[in-house]
Design a protein around this ligand. Sequence first.
Ligand SMILES: *Cc1c(COP(=O)(O)O)cnc(C)c1O
Length: 256
Amino acid sequence: MFRPVERKGGTCRFPPLSRVHTMSIASRLREVRTRIAQAERRSGRTAGSVQLLAVSKTFPAAAAQQAYDAGQRLFGENRLQEALGKMPQLPADAVWHIIGPLQRNKVRKALEAGVKLIEAVESLRTAEAISRISGELGKETGVLLEVNIDNELSKHGFSPQELRAEWAQLAALPHLEIRGLMCIPAPTEEPQQSRPAFASLRLLAEELRVRGPYSLPILSMGMSHDFEVAIEEGSTEVRVGSLIFGERCYPTTGHE
Ligand SMILES: *Cc1c(COP(=O)(O)O)cnc(C)c1O
Protein backbone atom coordinates (compact mmCIF):
# COMPACT_ATOMS: atom_id res chain seq x y z
CA MET A 1 0.00 0.00 0.00
CA PHE A 2 1.29 3.43 -0.87
CA ARG A 3 1.88 5.63 2.15
CA PRO A 4 2.32 9.40 2.06
CA VAL A 5 5.84 10.54 2.81
CA GLU A 6 6.38 12.93 5.64
CA ARG A 7 9.60 14.68 4.80
CA LYS A 8 11.27 16.31 1.82
CA GLY A 9 14.57 15.34 0.28
CA GLY A 10 16.41 12.24 -0.75
CA THR A 11 14.99 9.51 -2.87
CA CYS A 12 11.65 9.26 -1.18
CA ARG A 13 9.70 7.90 -4.12
CA PHE A 14 9.96 4.49 -2.48
CA PRO A 15 10.43 5.53 1.12
CA PRO A 16 11.88 3.38 3.88
CA LEU A 17 9.35 2.61 6.56
CA SER A 18 10.85 5.09 9.02
CA ARG A 19 10.01 7.96 6.66
CA VAL A 20 6.51 6.83 5.94
CA HIS A 21 3.63 8.82 7.28
CA THR A 22 1.31 6.88 9.49
CA MET A 23 -1.84 8.55 8.20
CA SER A 24 -3.37 6.96 5.14
CA ILE A 25 -4.33 8.86 2.03
CA ALA A 26 -7.97 8.22 2.95
CA SER A 27 -7.66 9.92 6.32
CA ARG A 28 -5.66 12.80 4.87
CA LEU A 29 -8.36 13.27 2.26
CA ARG A 30 -11.02 13.25 4.93
CA GLU A 31 -9.17 15.95 6.80
CA VAL A 32 -8.81 18.15 3.72
CA ARG A 33 -12.50 17.75 2.93
CA THR A 34 -13.40 18.73 6.49
CA ARG A 35 -11.24 21.85 6.27
CA ILE A 36 -12.82 22.76 2.93
CA ALA A 37 -16.30 22.41 4.46
CA GLN A 38 -15.30 24.56 7.41
CA ALA A 39 -13.86 27.27 5.17
CA GLU A 40 -17.07 27.22 3.11
CA ARG A 41 -19.16 27.65 6.21
CA ARG A 42 -16.94 30.33 7.71
CA SER A 43 -17.09 32.44 4.57
CA GLY A 44 -20.79 32.02 3.92
CA ARG A 45 -20.24 29.86 0.87
CA THR A 46 -22.75 27.17 -0.10
CA ALA A 47 -21.78 23.74 1.21
CA GLY A 48 -20.20 21.77 -1.61
CA SER A 49 -19.50 24.81 -3.78
CA VAL A 50 -15.75 24.17 -3.71
CA GLN A 51 -14.39 21.23 -5.65
CA LEU A 52 -11.30 19.39 -4.50
CA LEU A 53 -8.81 18.54 -7.22
CA ALA A 54 -6.26 15.98 -5.99
CA VAL A 55 -2.86 16.75 -7.47
CA SER A 56 -1.17 13.38 -7.92
CA LYS A 57 1.95 14.56 -9.78
CA THR A 58 5.14 12.61 -8.94
CA PHE A 59 3.09 9.96 -7.12
CA PRO A 60 2.31 6.55 -8.59
CA ALA A 61 -1.09 5.60 -9.97
CA ALA A 62 -1.50 3.38 -6.89
CA ALA A 63 -1.58 6.51 -4.74
CA ALA A 64 -4.23 8.10 -6.94
CA GLN A 65 -6.16 4.83 -6.80
CA GLN A 66 -6.22 5.02 -3.01
CA ALA A 67 -7.68 8.49 -3.22
CA TYR A 68 -10.19 7.16 -5.72
CA ASP A 69 -11.14 4.35 -3.34
CA ALA A 70 -11.75 7.04 -0.71
CA GLY A 71 -14.25 8.72 -3.02
CA GLN A 72 -12.02 11.18 -4.87
CA ARG A 73 -12.85 11.53 -8.56
CA LEU A 74 -11.14 14.73 -9.69
CA PHE A 75 -7.39 14.57 -10.33
CA GLY A 76 -4.79 17.00 -11.61
CA GLU A 77 -1.43 16.46 -13.23
CA ASN A 78 1.10 19.03 -14.36
CA ARG A 79 2.64 17.12 -17.18
CA LEU A 80 0.66 15.47 -19.92
CA GLN A 81 3.09 12.58 -20.25
CA GLU A 82 2.66 11.68 -16.60
CA ALA A 83 -1.11 12.01 -16.85
CA LEU A 84 -1.22 9.71 -19.88
CA GLY A 85 0.59 7.06 -17.87
CA LYS A 86 -1.86 7.17 -14.97
CA MET A 87 -5.20 7.82 -16.64
CA PRO A 88 -5.64 4.28 -18.04
CA GLN A 89 -4.77 2.77 -14.66
CA LEU A 90 -7.69 4.36 -12.86
CA PRO A 91 -11.39 3.63 -13.37
CA ALA A 92 -12.94 5.47 -16.29
CA ASP A 93 -15.05 7.79 -14.15
CA ALA A 94 -11.96 9.51 -12.75
CA VAL A 95 -11.78 13.02 -14.20
CA TRP A 96 -8.41 14.47 -15.16
CA HIS A 97 -7.35 18.08 -15.49
CA ILE A 98 -4.00 19.27 -16.81
CA ILE A 99 -2.88 22.02 -14.46
CA GLY A 100 0.54 22.78 -15.95
CA PRO A 101 1.25 24.51 -19.23
CA LEU A 102 0.48 22.38 -22.26
CA GLN A 103 2.73 22.76 -25.27
CA ARG A 104 0.85 23.37 -28.47
CA ASN A 105 2.22 20.20 -30.05
CA LYS A 106 0.70 18.13 -27.23
CA VAL A 107 -2.82 19.52 -27.40
CA ARG A 108 -4.11 16.83 -29.77
CA LYS A 109 -2.75 14.05 -27.58
CA ALA A 110 -4.37 15.56 -24.49
CA LEU A 111 -7.76 15.89 -26.14
CA GLU A 112 -7.65 12.41 -27.64
CA ALA A 113 -6.79 10.96 -24.22
CA GLY A 114 -9.92 12.51 -22.72
CA VAL A 115 -8.40 15.23 -20.54
CA LYS A 116 -11.46 17.03 -19.24
CA LEU A 117 -10.15 20.53 -18.59
CA ILE A 118 -6.95 22.30 -19.60
CA GLU A 119 -6.40 24.62 -16.65
CA ALA A 120 -3.33 26.58 -17.52
CA VAL A 121 -3.87 28.15 -20.93
CA GLU A 122 -1.31 30.90 -20.83
CA SER A 123 -1.43 32.69 -24.15
CA LEU A 124 -3.69 33.57 -27.04
CA ARG A 125 -1.55 31.39 -29.32
CA THR A 126 -2.15 28.32 -27.17
CA ALA A 127 -5.86 29.09 -26.96
CA GLU A 128 -5.98 29.37 -30.75
CA ALA A 129 -4.23 26.03 -31.15
CA ILE A 130 -6.65 24.32 -28.75
CA SER A 131 -9.62 25.79 -30.60
CA ARG A 132 -8.30 24.76 -34.01
CA ILE A 133 -7.46 21.18 -32.95
CA SER A 134 -10.78 20.83 -31.10
CA GLY A 135 -12.51 21.86 -34.32
CA GLU A 136 -10.60 19.20 -36.25
CA LEU A 137 -11.64 16.60 -33.67
CA GLY A 138 -15.24 17.81 -33.79
CA LYS A 139 -15.36 18.84 -30.15
CA GLU A 140 -15.46 21.86 -27.92
CA THR A 141 -12.79 22.04 -25.24
CA GLY A 142 -13.17 23.48 -21.77
CA VAL A 143 -10.28 25.59 -20.57
CA LEU A 144 -9.26 27.89 -17.79
CA LEU A 145 -7.01 30.83 -18.51
CA GLU A 146 -3.99 31.13 -16.25
CA VAL A 147 -3.45 34.60 -14.92
CA ASN A 148 -0.06 35.79 -13.70
CA ILE A 149 -1.90 37.66 -11.00
CA ASP A 150 1.17 39.06 -9.24
CA ASN A 151 2.80 40.10 -12.51
CA GLU A 152 5.85 37.99 -11.75
CA LEU A 153 8.57 38.22 -14.38
CA SER A 154 9.36 34.53 -14.25
CA LYS A 155 5.84 33.26 -14.46
CA HIS A 156 3.66 31.98 -17.27
CA GLY A 157 0.16 33.17 -17.83
CA PHE A 158 -1.72 36.23 -19.01
CA SER A 159 -1.00 39.39 -17.12
CA PRO A 160 -4.32 40.98 -16.13
CA GLN A 161 -3.70 43.78 -18.66
CA GLU A 162 -2.99 41.29 -21.43
CA LEU A 163 -6.10 39.29 -20.62
CA ARG A 164 -8.30 42.40 -20.79
CA ALA A 165 -6.71 43.40 -24.10
CA GLU A 166 -7.04 39.94 -25.67
CA TRP A 167 -10.40 38.99 -24.18
CA ALA A 168 -12.43 39.71 -27.31
CA GLN A 169 -10.13 37.54 -29.43
CA LEU A 170 -10.17 34.74 -26.86
CA ALA A 171 -13.93 34.85 -26.50
CA ALA A 172 -14.35 34.63 -30.28
CA LEU A 173 -12.50 31.31 -30.62
CA PRO A 174 -15.15 28.91 -31.90
CA HIS A 175 -14.22 25.56 -30.35
CA LEU A 176 -13.10 26.76 -26.96
CA GLU A 177 -15.26 27.12 -23.90
CA ILE A 178 -13.63 29.41 -21.37
CA ARG A 179 -14.88 28.08 -18.06
CA GLY A 180 -12.91 30.31 -15.73
CA LEU A 181 -9.57 31.54 -14.47
CA MET A 182 -6.74 29.96 -12.50
CA CYS A 183 -3.73 31.38 -10.73
CA ILE A 184 -0.67 30.47 -8.71
CA PRO A 185 0.19 33.50 -6.59
CA ALA A 186 3.79 34.40 -5.82
CA PRO A 187 5.21 32.21 -3.05
CA THR A 188 4.59 33.56 0.44
CA GLU A 189 5.47 32.63 3.99
CA GLU A 190 1.98 33.19 5.29
CA PRO A 191 -1.20 32.04 3.52
CA GLN A 192 -2.81 35.37 4.41
CA GLN A 193 -0.31 37.12 2.16
CA SER A 194 -1.93 35.48 -0.87
CA ARG A 195 -5.33 36.94 -0.03
CA PRO A 196 -4.98 40.06 -2.23
CA ALA A 197 -3.94 37.93 -5.20
CA PHE A 198 -6.95 35.64 -4.78
CA ALA A 199 -9.25 38.63 -4.43
CA SER A 200 -7.77 40.17 -7.60
CA LEU A 201 -8.46 37.01 -9.58
CA ARG A 202 -12.07 37.02 -8.41
CA LEU A 203 -12.49 40.69 -9.36
CA LEU A 204 -10.91 40.08 -12.76
CA ALA A 205 -13.34 37.22 -13.41
CA GLU A 206 -16.25 39.47 -12.41
CA GLU A 207 -15.06 42.14 -14.80
CA LEU A 208 -14.78 39.69 -17.71
CA ARG A 209 -18.15 38.15 -16.86
CA VAL A 210 -19.73 41.55 -17.38
CA ARG A 211 -18.08 41.82 -20.78
CA GLY A 212 -19.48 38.40 -21.72
CA PRO A 213 -20.21 35.98 -23.23
CA TYR A 214 -18.88 33.55 -20.63
CA SER A 215 -20.21 33.12 -17.10
CA LEU A 216 -16.78 31.86 -15.89
CA PRO A 217 -18.08 29.58 -13.13
CA ILE A 218 -14.64 28.23 -12.14
CA LEU A 219 -12.02 30.01 -10.10
CA SER A 220 -9.17 27.54 -9.65
CA MET A 221 -7.03 28.88 -6.82
CA GLY A 222 -5.56 27.65 -3.58
CA MET A 223 -3.07 24.85 -2.87
CA SER A 224 -2.05 22.87 0.21
CA HIS A 225 -0.75 25.83 2.19
CA ASP A 226 -3.35 28.45 1.30
CA PHE A 227 -6.56 26.76 0.12
CA GLU A 228 -8.65 28.01 3.02
CA VAL A 229 -7.78 31.64 2.31
CA ALA A 230 -8.54 30.99 -1.38
CA ILE A 231 -11.98 29.62 -0.46
CA GLU A 232 -12.67 32.70 1.65
CA GLU A 233 -11.85 34.78 -1.44
CA GLY A 234 -14.17 32.86 -3.76
CA SER A 235 -12.24 29.84 -5.04
CA THR A 236 -14.47 27.16 -6.54
CA GLU A 237 -11.68 24.64 -7.08
CA VAL A 238 -8.69 24.05 -4.83
CA ARG A 239 -5.73 22.08 -6.17
CA VAL A 240 -4.26 20.09 -3.29
CA GLY A 241 -1.29 17.75 -3.62
CA SER A 242 1.08 17.35 -0.69
CA LEU A 243 -1.59 17.52 2.01
CA ILE A 244 -3.18 14.44 0.47
CA PHE A 245 -0.28 12.44 -0.92
CA GLY A 246 2.68 13.65 1.17
CA GLU A 247 5.71 15.75 0.35
CA ARG A 248 7.07 15.45 -3.14
CA CYS A 249 10.68 14.39 -3.55
CA TYR A 250 11.53 17.15 -5.97
CA PRO A 251 10.07 20.62 -6.27
CA THR A 252 7.26 20.65 -8.78
CA THR A 253 5.16 23.53 -7.62
CA GLY A 254 4.11 25.75 -10.44
CA HIS A 255 5.63 25.03 -13.79
CA GLU A 256 8.31 22.65 -14.77
C1 LIG B 1 1.82 21.05 -7.65
C2 LIG B 1 0.70 21.93 -7.91
C3 LIG B 1 -0.36 22.05 -7.00
C4 LIG B 1 -0.41 21.33 -5.66
O1 LIG B 1 0.56 21.82 -4.79
P1 LIG B 1 0.56 21.42 -3.22
O2 LIG B 1 1.27 22.54 -2.59
O3 LIG B 1 1.27 20.14 -3.13
O4 LIG B 1 -0.83 21.31 -2.80
C5 LIG B 1 -1.40 22.89 -7.34
N1 LIG B 1 -1.42 23.57 -8.50
C6 LIG B 1 -0.43 23.47 -9.40
C7 LIG B 1 -0.52 24.23 -10.67
C8 LIG B 1 0.67 22.66 -9.13
O5 LIG B 1 1.65 22.59 -10.02
